[in-house]
Design a protein around this ligand. Structure first.
Ligand SMILES: [Zn+2]
Length: 665
């Protein structure tokens, strides 16, 4: 983003009385425009539905007997709001409906897919079919399903988590809405009839219980969507990917494979998860003080291993982190997570348990700013403060793109003097492996293609680069190059049993959601970004109506621009210049024009003096003259002055409010 390089510190500068040249005015305007452009660019990366809408028109006119597949999200990054729409005739199925938590915008919690396209096909939507319970696959449901109601299909655990996400996050949009759920057995190969589609859920191993690939049989052929998967022959729950069924489907003929590309840039295969159990036994058996294990909150196999080792060492287990409690709660109720009675203690009682009898399982291994491990290491946690002698186990690798935060929490823990075990440095730390990824590497991706032998292939998830590696791998596995497709978010494709045609782009983009669960406008976020770049300066001018002169010294309030107490000289000069500028302009123009001219004047003055362009808000308070509307109408500048009188009370209130705040400086 643009940073002005002139210092905002004005103390000690020799300030010249400004004679603002045309050149300075031009530069000030350009600087403001740059700020706006920067803010636009940042927000448009996310909230870009309106910009991208109909960028390319739909080019297929005749849709008869063609299957339309449209990607609304999921193709641009790791963990990005997965969602695709499958349409035939007057019926549609939505495949996954996620959110994206990797959003770095002020006050924004996550993004979901823009629903403008769904609006155009809402009469067709028959079902949401969901591969698994990670938020990038289910996080949009509670916002989108109430607007476009249809039953949600998934495995028992996926539905359990989704149901909880609706119940725990009531907003005004979903509080009166009761979602309809259909649970599918992952092992019986049941065929669910949804309109003219048939849907089958097939068990896969991932990093959450009951993950599934989905086979959708359509009038033009079978689509297999793998969801997120790996091919671990020995997962802890003894429920490996149903390779036999995938091969059967391959034998029967698969039209299209959509496959997970998250680790398509890593050779080999993900090591089996079963090797990790011994590491946890070893570390937990040896440790003397308290033990803290940070793991992904939804990975219940990992939670089971940690609990097994804690129980074997005679330790009680406390869980911390809202996400971890939610996922564990559903897993215990469904009999997936097995915990001997009396093992779990509330985190609030952790302090009452002897150090060598306690293990805390928590979130925050990725260095997430507000997660439990971060708060415990910074002394901001209600019940626990980490200290030397504790053992901390980070049972994860950095998620691609999150390496910096992952390192920061490592540094922080190291400074505290805890015994630290992390997966990437496990050999140095003196223990076995602590993590396996939930996403297939190239060897497994190759096997998935060999099992299903699709005619068409679309690599999904993981971003453009990893998807292109995956596409090349498909071509090596004998899929025709012209049948290997790399669409973008928003692209639609039309399939017959034999061919595929480009269908152009549909409306797509993001809706930004804040901490309350409400959608926040891109315009508001742009303002926040501009404020965060250069700050804001409010100038309150009290003008005598008759004389056109300032009645009092202007009130000047700065937020995020300059520290007033360090900038007396600049502020003094601005006051002097304001006096002159008001006198020159007030009588000459109407009030709206006066405000605009004052804003420009102040903007140019500040740029000339500091090289910065904060947002400037002039507030004009006109005193004197009759306040009767009739009288005002009779005068020469009726509109502006009537406004001034109406606004007077509001301005005074605002002034009191702002000045009240200013005294905190
Ligand atoms: Zn996943």
């Amino acid at each position: 983003m643009n940073q002005n390089n002139k210092s905002g510190q004005t103390t000690g500068h020799k300030l010249a009385s400004p004679t603002i040249s045309q050149k300075t005015r031009g530069a000030a305007i350009r600087a403001q425009r740059r700020n706006q452009d920067d803010a636009n660019k940042v927000v448009n990366q996310y909230a870009d539905a309106s910009q991208k809408t109909h960028r390319r028109a739909n080019i297929i006119k005749d849709e008869a007997e063609k299957l339309k597949l449209t990607f609304l999200g999921g193709l641009e990054d790791v963990g990005e709001k997965n969602m695709a729409v499958i349409e035939y005739d007057d019926q549609a199925i939505i495949l996954d409906c996620g959110n994206n938590l990797n959003i770095d915008l002020p006050g924004v919690n996550y993004e979901i897919n823009d629903t403008a396209y769904l609006e155009t096909i809402k009469h067709k939507i028959k079902a949401y079919v969901i591969t698994h319970g990670h938020l990038d696959h289910i996080g949009g449901l509670r916002h989108i399903v109430p607007k476009f109601p249809a039953p949600i299909y998934g495995s028992c655990y996926t539905i359990g988590i989704t149901e909880k996400s609706f119940a725990d996050n009531e907003t005004k949009d979903n509080k009166d809405f009761t979602p309809e759920f259909v649970i599918s057995n992952l092992d019986s190969h049941e065929q669910l009839k949804i309109g003219l589609f048939q849907v089958e859920f097939i068990r896969v191993t991932h990093a959450i219980p009951d993950a599934a690939a989905i086979c959708i049989t359509t009038p033009v052929g079978r689509i297999v969507a793998t969801g997120d998967f790996r091919l671990d022959p020995e997962p802890l729950d003894h429920r490996p990917t149903d390779i036999t069924r995938l091969k059967e489907l391959g034998d029967q003929g698969v039209l299209l494979l959509l496959s997970d590309s998250s680790y398509a840039d890593i050779e080999g295969r993900v090591p089996t998860e079963s090797t990790l159990q011994q590491t946890f036994y070893d570390i937990i058996d040896r440790a003397e003080g308290r033990i803290f294990v940070a793991a992904f909150s939804s990975n219940m196999n990992r939670a089971q291993m940690i609990i097994n080792a804690a129980v074997a060492a005679g330790r009680s287990v406390a869980l911390d982190g809202r996400g971890m409690l939610s996922y564990a709660d559903v897993a215990v109720r469904q009999g997936i997570l097995k915990v001997p009675k009396g093992t779990i203690v509330p985190i609030t009682q952790a302090a009452t348990i002897a150090d060598d009898k306690l293990l805390v399982m928590c979130t925050g291994g990725q260095g997430e700013p507000n997660a439990a491990l971060q708060r415990m290491s910074g002394g901001e946690h209600k019940s626990i403060k980490l200290h030397a002698g504790d053992t901390v186990v980070v049972s994860s690798s950095p998620i691609p793109g999150n390496e910096v935060r992952y390192d920061m929490i490592g540094n922080k823990l190291s400074k505290l003097g805890v015994h630290l075990f992390r997966h990437p440095t496990h050999e140095l730390d003196g223990c076995g492996a602590l993590h396996v990824s939930g996403h297939a590497r190239r060897g497994e991706l190759r096997e998935m293609i060999q099992l299903t032998r699709p005619k068409f292939f679309i690599p999904v998830h993981g971003g453009a680069l990893r998807r292109s590696y995956h596409a090349e791998l498909g071509i090596q596995e004998n899929i025709l190059r012209q049948n290997t497709l790399l669409p973008d978010n928003g692209d639609s494709l039309y399939f017959t049993g034999e061919a595929v045609e480009q269908g152009g782009q549909v409306s797509h983009g993001s809706l930004l959601v804040d901490q309350t669960g409400s959608v926040v406008s891109g315009l508001v976020v742009k303002d926040r970004l501009m404020l965060s770049e250069q700050g804001i300066l409010t100038v309150i001018l009290t003008v005598d109506k008759k004389s056109g002169q300032l009645l009092t010294s202007p009130d000047i309030i700065s937020r995020g621009f300059i520290a007033m107490r360090d900038s007396e000289e600049l502020v003094g000069l601005l006051r002097t210049e304001l006096r002159r500028a008001v006198q020159q302009r007030f009588k000459r123009v109407d009030l709206d024009r006066f405000k605009t001219e004052m804003r420009d004047f102040i903007t140019h003055f500040l740029f000339d003096q500091t090289g910065r362009s904060p947002i400037v808000i002039p507030v004009v308070n006109v005193i004197g003259g009759k306040v009767m509307t009739k009288t005002v109408h009779a005068e020469k500048q009726p509109t502006a002055e009537a406004k001034a009188v109406d606004d007077q009370k509001r301005f005074q209130e605002m002034r009191a409010r702002l000045l009240g705040q200013d005294q905190r400086d």
